[in-house]
Design a protein around this ligand. Structure first.
Ligand code: TRP
Length: 338
């Protein structure tokens, strides 16, 4: 996969997503939409990080179903297995293997200082397991295995990326250059989408309030209901103002769905009343995701195809990961079986 015009190898982009909660229209607008562009220009790897999500208790049957569903949703969204490597983290054993080795180059103090560890420990007081503490090292392994150049991350993952860089630099200094030191990639496009019930907070894939977020595969009736109920304000004019976060959020969503600017949408719906506006926003979401939902339903009926794509993805990923592991093992002095 070379850039044939300039004859330079393409940069590697890596991203992982935990198969928990639901994939929301916020995830789509803020991240997936951007991945679709990345796969055109980079060597991209997209991973369902099913080992990471084991740090909290999962119901096995539900978990298996959800992981598969996430995989199908990415494909339905347009991640193209001919352009990007899409796979399940647990299918490539090198992730766990490199994680162990990197553990020996990571200090406990670095891990206990992590903001997300502290937050999650508070939320799961009865299950502060080693995996929770080790989560950033597994993420570092994900990234470093593929000699990743760029990691598209939101602000909440910046600290984890920073530690991945620290570990890579530490290892490279102790031995010799082994890992590419990855950079964060802040996407140019991709608006931030807020909760439909509290437009000052982010639309979260694990919000306990089902009315706060909308899934990309949600059925049209349910989508319409949620937009009708969306929290706005007690005025009546659709306009772009900072003190109208609910309206601004709906405008942002509709703009992402239709490609129209928020200004032109505000003009168009200005005096028609909120009910009519919300109806239009809902319809734009229904229409945008209709083909995706249909493709998703079709894919979920075709497990054979899904598993074939998963297998191909894992094989491609394994080949790259294996090479990095060989290098690592040699450098640290493990005996090679020849
Ligand atoms: N920790 C990331 C999150 O919760 C998911 C993740 C795991 C990831 N491994 C990764 C993201 C590697 C980017 C690269 O969002």
């Amino acid at each position: 996969m070379e850039d044939l015009v300039n004859n330079i190898p393409k940069k590697v982009v890596y991203s992982g997503i935990q198969p928990t909660g639901i994939i929301t229209i916020g995830n789509y607008i803020g991240a997936i939409d951007n991945w679709l562009k990345l796969q055109e220009d980079y060597n991209s790897l997209f991973s369902i990080v099913d080992l990471h999500a084991l740090t909290v208790r999962q119901n096995p049957a539900e978990y298996r179903q959800r992981a598969l569903s996430f995989f199908a949703q990415y494909l339905a969204a347009g991640i193209d297995p001919n352009k990007a490597i899409i796979y399940f983290q647990s299918h490539v054993k090198e992730h766990a293997e490199l994680c162990w080795i990197l553990n020996c180059f990571t200090y406990v103090g670095e891990m206990t200082r992590m903001t997300q560890f502290k937050d999650k420990s508070k939320k799961n007081e009865d299950n502060i397991n080693m995996g929770l503490l080790d989560y950033p090292v597994l993420m570092a392994a994900d990234i470093l295995l593929y000699q990743t150049d760029l990691v598209p991350v939101g602000v909440d993952q910046k600290q984890h990326l920073e530690i991945a860089r620290d570990i890579a630099i530490r290892f490279n200094n102790l031995y010799s250059p082994t890992f590419k030191v990855p950079e964060g990639y802040i996407p140019k496009q991709g608006a931030k989408i807020f909760s439909l019930q509290d437009p000052t907070g982010k639309m979260s894939k694990s919000d306990p309030d089902p009315n706060a977020s909308v899934a990309i595969i949600e059925d049209p009736d349910s989508i319409m209901r949620k937009f009708k109920r969306a929290v706005t304000d007690c005025e009546t004019t659709v306009e772009i103002r900072e003190d109208k976060p609910g309206i601004l959020n709906l405008l942002t969503i509709m703009s992402a769905m239709t490609g129209q600017t928020i200004e032109s949408l505000a003009d168009e719906y200005r005096d028609g009343g909120y009910a009519k506006f919300k109806q239009a926003v809902g319809e734009s979401v229904v229409e945008k995701f209709r083909p995706l939902r249909e493709e998703y339903n079709r894919l979920m009926q075709d497990k054979g195809y899904l598993m074939q794509v998963a297998k191909d993805g894992a094989e491609k990923a394994s080949r790259i990961a294996y090479r990095t592991m060989q290098k690592v093992k040699r450098k640290i002095g493990l005996v090679e079986l020849k």
